[in-house]
Design a protein around this ligand. Structure first.
Ligand SMILES: *Cc1c(COP(=O)(O)O)cnc(C)c1O
Length: 356
């Protein structure tokens, strides 16, 4: 049809499956296996229906911005809040990557980056991780239109040391560098302390993983007030009221209960330690993870086979049919009980598929 010539074509990001049937062991999208803080539940009961008549607060003037500022010991003007970090990242692409020069990110990384780049017609080049899946800072030295990488990286779970992060920043003073810290609370080291020294650094985090609120859609970015101002200008040019009343209120409660937050993260880290032992015993190899998932490859059984057989047993993990990572599975750390079920299933599957 003629009108199709003028359609903006997009190839959307494909998220992990969200099976709707009961009893599934869902280790495929890095959600938190524990509920949000008890205060969040209490607050739900205290939400005021009458407030829903009104447009919500601007995110940058909300109590949530104040709570995050207090938590991180920064100013409200250094925080941008969006509808999940996907929204934050998408706005950051739209705002900062306008030079026409290619932006740079790793070849193996969060598979939304190339989707946004294509959507906004931002040229990009990828930089290959080394043979151990490590980011090489020296690959990010030549002129570019901006840099983005997750730290810890996804889907590898590998943490890049802060000295290396700073090396990338120091080599890219004239463009915006985005560090996507979706998994930083599971043993990572945040680049946040560097925002005072690097006015081109944007640190992005989310409530979806460590704060167990993927369903509420809250993400945020921290950086120099000028970066944040530019982001808000673009954001408010798309939609003035981006965060709904409930998300703004409930987010505050999640930030305030630090003890519960730490306890859940510690529990996941502990379960991850046990998963490392069990997966090794079952014949898997994997890089050291600083996130709430493990990126594992079996020595004898192809990832696709394990993926399919797990799914038959209602255990969902993530697998990409992509170059370099086609023989890996990304396994989210669940509760101890879920993980025990996983080990039992893996034991059976690997024995059947490749008897020793
Ligand atoms: C999960 C994830 C996000 C986005 O999460 P939101 O739910 O949109 O906050 C961003 N980056 C990486 C690397 C992720 O894994």
């Amino acid at each position: 049809m003629k009108w199709e010539e003028n359609v903006r074509r997009a190839v959307p990001y494909i998220p992990g499956e969200q099976p709707q049937k009961e009893g599934v062991i869902k280790l495929n999208t890095n959600e938190n296996p524990y509920p949000p803080a008890p205060e969040v539940e209490r607050k739900i009961a205290a939400l005021e229906t009458d407030k829903m008549r009104l447009y919500p607060a601007f995110p940058d003037q909300s109590d949530l911005a104040a709570a995050l500022a207090a938590y991180y010991h920064i100013d409200k003007e250094q925080i941008f809040i969006g509808v999940g970090s996907d929204d934050v990242l998408s706005m950051a692409f739209l705002t900062f990557f306008q030079s026409g020069k290619p932006i740079l990110f790793p070849d193996i990384t969060y598979s939304f980056y190339d989707v946004w780049a294509d959507l906004y017609r931002i040229p990009y080049e990828t930089r290959a991780l080394d043979e151990h899946f490590l980011i090489r800072p020296e690959d990010y030295r030549q002129p570019n239109g901006g840099v983005i990488f997750p730290n810890p990286n996804a889907p590898t779970g590998i943490l890049l040391g802060l000295d290396k992060v700073e090396e990338i920043l120091a080599a890219n003073r004239d463009v915006v560098v985005i560090v996507d810290e979706a998994y930083v609370d599971f043993g990572g080291v945040s680049a946040l302390p560097l925002i005072d020294r690097y006015d081109n650094l944007l640190v992005v985090q989310t409530f979806s993983k460590s704060r167990a609120m993927a369903g509420m859609r809250i993400g945020y970015a921290m950086g120099n007030p000028r970066l944040i101002q530019y982001l808000n200008d673009v954001k408010y040019s798309v939609n003035s009221y981006t965060m709904n009343y409930a998300a703004l209120e409930l987010g505050v409660e999640a930030v305030r209960n630090e003890a519960y937050f730490r306890e859940c993260c510690d529990r996941i880290i502990k379960t991850r330690g046990r998963a490392e032992e069990e997966l090794t015993r079952l014949g898997f190899t994997f890089p050291k993870s600083c996130s709430n998932f493990i990126f594992a490859s079996h020595k004898r059984v192809p990832a696709q086979v394990i993926f399919d057989r797990l799914k038959e047993r209602d255990i969902y993990v993530r697998h990409w049919n992509k170059e370099r990572i086609g023989n890996y599975l990304r396994i989210t750390i669940g509760t101890d009980e879920q993980m025990e079920a996983l080990y039992a299933a893996l034991e059976q599957i690997c024995r059947e598929a490749a008897p020793l």
